[in-house]
Design a protein around this ligand. Structure first.
Ligand code: BGC
Length: 763
């Protein structure tokens, strides 16, 4: 085992512990190169001013999620941080509700990620916010995780490309992006305590790449996760925060805690944590609970048993970077240079985005461009799982719109990403405004209620200052009051030309799903409608994979994730073929028991430890290695067009060996649209590595590159896919990234299981 952390990405203590100590001088990783201006400011700030700068405070305007007061004397402006990643969640304010990150990922298109990042940043600016708490890039390890909708994929390459896109978009508009939650925050259950027992190779190959990609894209901030990794809370994890993130990767921005996720003062300061958030107690932010004003003993927070609230961090655990940090510096436990470094990092990020000059621009809010973008991403991220030809629908078809929540858009899951839009369109309104046929509506079964972290919190909402719920200008908010029945839904389906059944799950931050079934009686509803008409289309909105037990009985299935404010319009444009369903699965769909990490020691863990014994065999890597046929494989998605692939060819250098400067490999392939309508193809390139040395297992294939292309009817397009060199290599705990010599086969096709052409090269 070597500790060669000086070499790029080849090092770090391979035991994965957070325990590497500061060196004798107490110095941390080399600080970023500071500008003369930041240096001067650090020199002029008093110690008290510096201490106020590394800990959040109450926002006098009350709109920010996190707030750092300015220093007027030196012309340093205040700094506001606000939640994403599905839009701007400024308290009490509205903003464009973009589709869930998982829907964005399903577009397989980093340029759309860039556009969404830029639009969210303009809206943040319009709201006077300076940093976005987005993107969320944790890998989808288990399908149960309640926050999968906020993340991108089970595949590290796809997650990395999208992470870089969002970061680039946000920061291109001079707002600081915050990549979160660093790292291994892969479940919500017990999230504040659970320790991911994960080996170095697995961390490097699966869980770290998206964060590294964000750093390479120049991200200004990284948020630590609540959980522990190999026993150490991430806020205190010196090896991962200082050695890997700041040292190896050269991250020059600031590391912010998750809200109430700072574990200790000395541990965190010496680990490299730079900013405590929110820095003040939940009570200081939200006022006393009703209980405290009534029967409580009046001493505030003591009335709440925080430890009984699974997934909810302790809202009294604040101010660790206040007085306690001053004391720790006084007694030498934390070097004074660390405080300077913390301050310099935040000032540096403010300088790079123009904040120090107060140069913030106007921003833009709820513009036609932003509305259109929300619509486009929702449509492009919609995946056509099955289609026997019933779709696209004819303009004049009479439609029965069925489902428990057909009047409301599914804006997202619950928790810190909840966004309140100015306008939104539910399924019924979307179809009504698109069709030339008659529309009948039947809910069929009882409404599926949204779930929200905020309903679990004892403070938020008591004073009514949180974002108002659901009174956005929903065009079709007039739900019929009568009790729903499956019989009524069946009758509506029988009387129409086609039945479109909308089903959904409900997930939230701080809670995992119990199972992968659709909640309530929705499966029974679909089965009854499917028995009544063979023209049944099902539109699923979900925060990740769900089981679809009736899938062989229906004519078509669309997976729309959480589509956001444009829900109804976006689905209508796909149903009627105005847009080709461009989405591909960023996660594998399979029966619950077929996923990896199903043993209780792996997930949810035993005695606060989740053992990642599946190693790198997560998602399709597992299904491929175990030879299990999933319900729908990673990368899957049908099109209304049909594509014929020519032979793949290699461009680029295939002669280099592992020691030489790698120049990269590009695969070129011509794709013909043989249908009579335009289509959008997502060309996927997977690499099959040569056999690794004895004793090492490698997944059979890894996604190495993607290109999306619009192809008119009957036309051909030649597409170039750049392969990501890192996907060729495996991480060796002793030698770092290692590219084994041998033949690498590139599989080019429509999904991880639909290979159309192959080509190979030697290394
Ligand atoms: C979440 C973060 C979020 C923060 C501030 C936490 O509960 O984990 O993603 O940014 O709250 O709202």
């Amino acid at each position: 085992m070597t500790d060669d952390s000086e070499r790029d990405d080849h090092g770090g203590a391979a035991d994965g512990s957070g325990e590497s100590a500061p060196d004798a001088s107490g110095e941390s990783a080399p600080g970023p190169d500071r500008s003369a201006r930041v240096d001067r400011l650090v020199g002029e700030l008093t110690r008290e001013e510096k201490l106020r700068f590394v800990r959040g405070a109450v926002d006098p305007r009350g709109t920010a999620t996190g707030y750092v007061p300015g220093v007027e004397r030196l012309g340093i402006p205040e700094f506001r941080l606000v939640d994403g990643p599905l839009g701007v969640r400024a308290e009490g304010e509205r903003a464009t509700a973009f589709p869930a990150s998982l829907a964005l990922a399903a577009t397989f298109d980093p340029s759309l990620a860039r556009e969404q990042g830029a639009a969210m940043a303009r809206e943040a600016t319009a709201h006077g916010q300076d940093a976005l708490l987005a993107p969320g890039v944790n890998l989808i390890r288990v399908p149960h995780c309640g926050r999968n909708f906020e993340y991108f994929s089970e595949d590290p390459h796809l997650a990395a490309r999208l992470a870089a896109g969002v970061v680039d978009g946000i920061q291109g508009e001079d707002v600081v992006a915050t990549v979160k939650h660093y790292v291994a925050n892969n479940q919500e259950r017990n999230r504040t305590e659970v320790s991911a027992a994960v080996d170095e190779r697995t961390l490097r190959e699966l869980y770290l790449p998206a964060f590294r990609a964000a750093v390479e894209a120049g991200v200004g901030s990284v948020m630590t996760a609540y959980n522990r990794v190999n026993g150490t809370h991430m806020s205190d994890h010196r090896r991962l925060v200082t050695d890997v993130l700041k040292g190896e990767w050269g991250f020059d921005g600031y590391v912010v805690s998750d809200w109430y996720g700072l574990e200790t003062t000395v541990g965190a300061a010496n680990a490299g944590l730079d900013l405590e958030m929110p820095g003040v107690t939940s009570r200081e932010l939200h006022g006393p609970t009703a209980d405290e004003e009534g029967e409580g003993d009046g001493d505030g927070d003591a009335d709440v048993d925080w430890s009984s609230l699974d997934g909810v961090p302790d809202g009294t655990h604040a101010g660790l970077f206040g007085e306690p940090l001053a004391a720790a510096i006084d007694d030498g436990a934390v070097p004074a240079s660390r405080l300077d470094d913390m301050v310099a990092r935040l000032l540096g990020a403010m300088e790079r985005t123009g904040h120090l000059d107060g140069d913030r621009g106007e921003g833009a809010l709820d513009t036609p461009e932003h509305r259109d973008l929300a619509h486009r991403i929702a449509a492009r991220g919609t995946v056509l799982l099955e289609n026997d030809g019933v779709l696209p629908l004819a303009d004049g078809a009479d439609v029965a719109v069925i489902g428990p929540n057909v009047h409301e858009p599914t804006l997202g899951g619950g928790g810190s990403s909840e966004t309140t839009p100015f306008r939104s369109v539910g399924p019924v309104a979307g179809i009504e405004s698109r069709t030339a046929g008659a529309v009948t509506v039947a809910r069929g079964v009882e409404e599926i209620e949204d779930q929200s972290l905020f309903d679990l919190l004892p403070f938020v909402g008591e004073d009514g200052d949180d974002a108002d719920e659901g009174d956005a200008a929903t065009a079709d908010a007039t739900a019929d009051a009568s009790a729903p029945s499956i019989d009524e839904a069946v009758a509506a389906a029988e009387a129409a030309d086609v039945a479109v059944v909308f089903v959904r799950d409900a997930t939230t931050e701080a809670r995992d799903r119990e199972d992968l079934r659709l909640p309530g009686d929705q499966d029974a509803l679909v089965e009854a409608v499917a028995a009544a008409t063979d023209r049944t289309v099902v539109v699923v909105t979900s925060g990740g994979p769900v089981e679809l037990p009736w899938r062989d009985d229906v004519a078509a299935i669309l997976e729309a994730w959480y589509p956001g404010q444009a829900h109804g319009d976006a689905i209508a444009s796909v149903l009627y073929g105005d847009r080709d369903p461009g989405g591909r699965l960023p996660v594998t769909f399979a029966p619950e028991d077929d996923y990896p990490a199903t043993d209780g020691t792996q997930y949810p863990g035993v005695d606060d430890v989740a053992t990642y014994s599946e190693g790198v065999f997560v998602g399709y890597r597992h299904f491929d290695a175990a030879g299990i046929e999933p319900t729908y494989p990673f990368g899957h998605g049908e099109s209304y067009a049909a594509f014929r692939y020519g032979d793949a060819e290699l461009e680029g250098d295939d002669r280099l060996d592992g020691d030489a400067e790698l120049e990269g490999v590009t695969v070129r392939v011509t794709v013909e649209n043989v249908a009579a309508r335009p289509g959008r193809e997502v060309v996927q390139a997977y690499v099959r590595p040569p056999d690794p040395p004895e004793g090492i297992d490698r997944p059979p294939r890894a996604l190495a590159g993607v290109a999306t292309v619009e192809i008119p009817a009957g036309a051909s397009r030649t597409v170039e896919v750049d392969l990501d060199e890192r996907t060729l290599a495996r991480y060796d705990p002793d030698d770092g990234w290692t590219t084994d010599p041998g033949t690498y086969v590139v599989e080019v096709g429509r999904s991880s299981r639909d290979v159309r052409t192959t080509v190979s090269f030697e290394r």
